[in-house]
Design a protein around this ligand. Structure first.
Ligand code: FNR
Length: 388
């Protein structure tokens, strides 16, 4: 059994030799240092959200009004944080949420490969975004033996959508995560004030530029006429999806289908009825719609409506205790978003792996102290709202 909390002993023991941890273990310091490393433009894009960012801020703040009650006299000397998903056993309940700007987050602009290497180093599966600086085949290879999932932004062009799905299958991804809330970009004042939308500057479009169907739409290849390729990308980017489209997705792939962006219990129930293999409760980190409700406050109802279908969760997870609370409220797996991208910004694969390991260490030690040796115990203990 992996003892994730052992990271704490490593840190204290290194301290006896005068060695400090290479990266911050808390989110506030991580965020501040990452913003310094990223510079204003990338910071705006990664840290920014929709409208006045109330929903985004609530996502993280709302974890504070959930609390857990410890149990005593329980043998917690061994903890099991493993989960089962899509027929595979994962050593941890975390995953790396798709972040379509990972590619730009590292100095070498190959942040997708660095994120994949962090996944290989930690066993935390990486959900690779359609928006990437390196093609999905290369990203998958860099994940090593850790299974990876592919997140699809469904293009309007069906042949292109199918081509991306086929490539993900051929590359060996083990789930298809279809993002439902982003056929159009939400109103993001930080980026608007700076007139900056990275994709329109040709960033993170390599999955399109390397795609045979996408290339067949162009008069000249992207290497010769990038402006025309970017224009074609913008014209084909976002398909509005409805429940009718599920039949098409099911007809073109045998990969487990995960629907990302489900926050309403009725949508969760419909997703189950339409054959979704997992539901991904997320509000895109508050980047798509403002005026919403913190996703952690919606999770329990979504889990109830999903029945036996697993629910993945993200939005606002900043620490191991946040992750345990989401598990207590019924998430099968918990997505880490901005924190690992900040790790990439500070230290590439090593930085992202450190952030993931720190979250796991805190989660493991919290389970140890709280008397929850397994995730089933976490779930049975549940979490309580403290503000009502
Ligand atoms: C995202 N997210 C996202 N989601 C998705 O399905 N495909 C994508 O390409 C992206 N790209 C992306 C870029 C950036 C810069 C951010 C911050 C987020 C949303 C992501 O998967 C996840 O839902 C949020 O990051 C969760 O919120 P927190 O915890 O990061 O605040």
């Amino acid at each position: 059994m992996t003892y994730f909390g052992a990271m704490q002993n490593e840190i204290y023991n290194a301290g006896l030799k005068g060695i400090l941890p290479p990266f911050p273990v808390d989110f506030a310091t991580l965020e501040r240092r990452a913003h310094e490393a990223l510079g204003p433009s990338l910071t705006n894009y990664i840290a920014g959200g929709c409208g006045d960012e109330h929903t985004q801020n609530q996502n993280a703040a709302a974890f504070h009004h959930w609390g857990m009650v410890p149990r005593m006299m329980v043998d917690c000397s061994v903890r099991d944080l493993s989960i089962e998903l899509f027929g595979h056993k994962y050593p941890t309940p975390l995953f790396m949420a798709p972040i379509g700007l990972n590619g730009e987050a590292t100095q070498d602009r190959h942040g997708d490969l660095a994120a994949a290497r962090a996944s290989a180093m930690t066993g935390v599966p990486f959900c690779a975004s359609t928006l990437a600086n390196d093609p999905l085949e290369e990203v998958k290879k860099a994940c090593g033996t850790t299974p990876a999932w592919f997140q699809l932004y469904t293009p309007r062009n069906r042949e292109l959508a199918e081509s991306l799905i086929r490539r993900a299958e051929a590359a060996g991804y083990s789930a298809l995560v279809i993002t439902l809330d982003t056929w159009v970009t939400g109103w993001r004042p930080r980026d608007l004030n700076a007139s900056n939308f990275p994709q329109l500057r040709g960033k993170v479009l390599q999955n399109y530029f390397t795609d045979p169907v996408f290339r067949s739409l162009l008069a000249r290849p992207p290497e010769e006429d990038p402006a025309a390729a970017i224009f074609t990308w913008a014209a084909t980017f976002g398909q509005v999806l409805t429940w009718k489209d599920m039949a098409w997705f099911k007809s073109v792939t045998r990969l487990p289908i995960v629907l990302k962006g489900i926050c309403h219990p009725e949508d969760a129930a419909r997703a189950v009825d339409h054959g979704a293999d997992a539901i991904y409760c997320s509000n895109h980190g508050g980047r798509q719609a403002n005026g919403g409700i913190a996703t952690i406050d919606l999770l329990e109802d979504v889990v109830r409506a999903a029945g036996d279908v697993p629910v993945l969760f993200d939005s606002g997870v900043r620490s191991g205790s946040d992750a345990v609370k989401a598990l207590a409220l019924g998430a099968r797996a918990v997505g880490v978003g901005r924190p690992y991208t900040y790790g990439l910004a500070l230290g590439g694969a090593e930085g992202a792996a450190f952030v993931l390991r720190a979250i796991l260490a805190e989660a493991d030690l919290l389970m140890a102290v709280n008397g929850y040796p397994t995730l089933a115990d976490v779930r049975a203990a549940g979490a309580r709202r403290t503000d009502r």
